[in-house]
Write a protein that binds this ligand. Structure first.
Ligand SMILES: Cc1cc2nc3c(=O)[nH]c(=O)nc-3n(C[C@H](O)[C@H](O)[C@H](O)COP(=O)(O)OP(=O)(O)OC[C@H]3O[C@@H](n4cnc5c(N)ncnc54)[C@H](O)[C@@H]3O)c2cc1C
Length: 442
């Protein structure tokens, strides 16, 4: 009998299960699914006592290989049974939710009570709150509303060697200690395992209105983005799609005849009057240089189209390598144009789309499935992309995280003293290096 059966029961220990995420399939290992936070702590304590590595597993929608199990001796620790909404007080705009609750469930619960939980990474039915916190996920609405961590006021987590701790809570302000809540957020399961979180919410906007503008090229489109910023308008989302991404997806855009060119998609939200006023202002700011402006009737159809862009682009050749560099917004056009040139240098078709307002570029190289030489060239192109991001004063990852795929790259972005401080934090909180080894920290 596997020793962890004593803690979680036989039904919740599965042997030889391949546990990975979207990017990396992982190797067969032991999958353990505790039923509550105390069981999570007991599993971590057993693993830590027996020098067994632990890989926290959420909805497995990550894109950086962060949740992939690389060693058959490791334990994959799934949070999926921690699905309780411990408290929800709509009138106080807050809830306490366990880590295995899906993003869609949190968002739905808030919406049904007139509230908004804004973070919306692209796989809401699959991703879980714990995974969102561990990656500090963003999404299109991060431009106005911020990333997941901006909505977390407290965490319950298991730290090595198996202690259940609470940092922060329902209070909206707390500067008593070092900000451990922020430290665990975005730590990709390498410092502790999130078992629950206190979330703050806001009243939901009454209305959302979309506006799409097409331009002849990236430079003109990015000038329009800068004009929106300079005008003081605060759109809820400000997305871009370059000409290559639109060639693949523009025909399906929910407007007669689709769209072409370089496209900016903006969303206005607020009260009925406010949303209408902001959309008018966006119309004015986005207008100069635009070849077309569309104000789609159906907000839902627009976001359905937006959610499908990644898969539709992938379908062009059957595979792709996509990165998520982020640059200062005034360097966005350069990042988009240079992505194409990097592709050309490596004999690859390239395109990009992303969160224009955050300077976050999903730079993508199209691949033929199974063509190893092409994949090798794409990996080399990705190195050039990271160098580009750093040269432009940006980051190698704006939202997907370092995971396995970009492990070791931080030292090319940060000065060595900052990397040393980073590694010291890892050693202090995980002295045996058993929490998600091989990820994030080289
Ligand atoms: C189609 C698509 C679109 C996406 N779009 C966006 C986007 O716009 N913006 C964006 O930011 N992201 C996006 N993502 C990726 C996004 O990061 C993930 O969807 C989500 O944040 C991860 O949640 P998960 O539960 O699936 O985590 P997993 O993939 O299971 O895990 C992710 C990481 O978190 C760790 N982890 C998981 N649960 C815990 C826990 N409870 N405690 C500690 N560590 C844990 C894992 O070990 C791993 O390192 C997209 C993904 C897809 C598939």
């Amino acid at each position: 009998m596997h020793p962890l059966v004593r803690i979680v029961g036989a039904a919740n220990v599965e042997l030889d299960v391949r546990v990975g995420d979207i990017a990396v399939p992982g190797v067969p290992a032991t999958l353990v699914t505790p039923g509550d936070a105390q069981q999570v702590a007991a599993v971590v304590a057993w693993c830590y006592g027996h020098d067994v590595a632990i890989v926290p597993v959420g909805g497995r929608s990550g894109l950086a290989g962060g949740g992939a199990v690389l060693d058959s001796d490791a334990v994959a620790l799934s949070l999926e049974r921690l699905r309780t909404v411990r408290s929800f007080e709509p009138e106080l705009w807050r809830m306490e939710v366990e880590a295995g609750v899906t993003t869609a469930t949190v968002a739905r619960l808030a919406r049904e009570n007139g509230l908004l939980f804004p973070p919306d990474p692209g796989a809401p039915e699959q991703s879980q709150l714990g995974g969102m916190i561990a990656t500090n996920a963003g999404g299109p609405h991060a431009f106005k509303y911020g990333v997941t961590g901006d909505w977390v006021t407290g965490l319950e987590a298991v730290l090595a060697p198996g202690e259940l701790v609470r940092v922060g809570g329902a209070t909206r302000k707390d500067v008593a200690g070092y900000d451990l809540c922020a430290l665990l957020t975005g730590s990709e399961g390498t410092l502790g395992i999130v078992t629950a979180a206190w979330l703050r919410l806001v009243p939901a906007p009454e209305r959302r209105l979309a506006l799409a503008a097409a331009y002849p090229d990236a430079a003109t489109g990015c000038d329009a983005v800068l004009r929106v910023l300079a005008s003081g308008i605060v759109p809820a989302a400000l997305e871009f799609f370059d000409e290559g991404a639109i060639r693949a997806t523009g025909a399906a855009f929910p407007h007669d005849g689709g769209v072409d060119g370089f496209v900016i998609l903006a969303e206005a939200d607020g009260s009925h009057e406010e949303a209408a006023r902001i959309r008018d202002e966006l119309h004015e700011a986005l207008g100069p240089g635009a070849t077309a402006l569309h104000a789609p009737e159906s907000e839902r159809a627009i976001w359905r189209w937006r959610d499908g862009v990644s898969l539709t682009v992938e379908a062009v050749r059957g595979a792709k390598l996509s990165e998520d560099i982020a640059v200062p917004i005034d360097r966005l056009a350069e990042a988009i144009e240079e992505t194409i040139r990097i592709g050309e240098r490596h004999d690859l078709d390239a395109c990009s789309w992303g969160h224009a307002g955050d300077g976050n570029v999903h730079a993508t190289f199209l691949l033929d499935p199974g063509d190893d030489a092409m994949r090798t060239r794409a990996n080399a192109a990705a190195q050039d992309l990271f160098a580009l991001a750093i040269r432009l004063g940006g980051t190698i990852t704006g939202e997907h995280g370092i995971g396995l795929l970009k492990n070791g790259q931080l030292s090319s972005q940060w000065e060595s003293a900052a990397v040393v401080a980073h590694n010291a934090i890892k050693s202090a909180l995980d002295p045996k290096g058993l929490l998600n080894p091989g990820k994030k920290v080289p």
